[in-house]
Ligand binder design. Sequence first.
Ligand code: KG4
Ligand code: ZN
Length: 326
Amino acid sequence: MQHKVILGLETSCDETAAALVTEDGRILANVVASQADLHARYGGVVPEVASRRHLELVTPVVREALEQAGMSLNEVGRVAVTRGPGLIGALLVGLSAAKALAWALRLPLVPVDHLHGHVASLFLEPDPVEPPFLCLLASGGHTLLLDVRDQAGYHVLGSTLDDAAGEAFDKGARLLGLGYPGGVEIDRRAREGDPEAFDFPVARVPGLDFSFSGLKTALLYKVRDLGPDELERRRADLAASYQRAIVRALVERTLAAAEQIGAERIALVGGVAANSELRASLPDAAFAPLELCTDNAAMIASAARYCKEIAFARYLAIDAYASSAA
Ligand code: KG4
Ligand code: ZN
């Protein structure tokens, strides 16, 4: 048991991922099959298309992970899988695959919350971040400020009242006529633009919450006012200014939350934590490694180390959940 590894599976959105991680947090394999190209022509993830693609990819990604690690299924000690939140049909593919694998191998199963997974991307070798810390989790579905006291969980201090930060990037990219997924595209275009060219408002909501829907509407009006030719000419400036507004909002609230709880460390996780301006804006903070910011299964296997496992065969009836109870 001691030398056995954790097989992690993640299928909550449009990435089909499998990873092998040791009980002490070393990544032996981390395979991510992105469906981004498949969804690009629709400008966003189509749930039914995602589920079908997960079905096709789930076995190949597990095989690929084993191959990369040079291991066989006999060396797996337990199976970890994302149970929610996410697209229900997509989650069910991963959960069913994980149950089938664990059952066939007579192993325990560890259901993992996707958000806990993002936080646990910080607990992996070679540079694990030790709690306590204040954590900003910014992804396509969530924007949360978390008080992380230990590896097993967190306390929510603030969240978004409307769109998630990643969603603001994706919707902004769409308005600017950039590709999907939008965060990476805006990040890239913004490098050639002037972040002070346009003034976008940062919503001021009370407490430690966020709001991004007003910003998106401001961009919509700006794009309309400029017209197609000007948009073409000013695209990089618009991307840079829009990105600046999102990053400012994130940084401001993160620093306020850290001060409020007296946190000495700040850590950032989730797809938006890959943003280059955000990374540059908080030079003293701990960021998840780039390849662990966007969805992956290594973070799910990592979180499993701090979760309750379900003994062999008692997990067959467990269900996935689309949204968190919180
Ligand atoms: O964590 P993640 O892979 O999936 C969710 O759990 O939602 O996050 C995906 C989000 C997308 O909205 C994507 O546009 C955003 O992360 N993202 C970025 C960057 N890379 C990915 N946003 C800003 N800058 C980036 N470089
Ligand atoms: Zn995620």
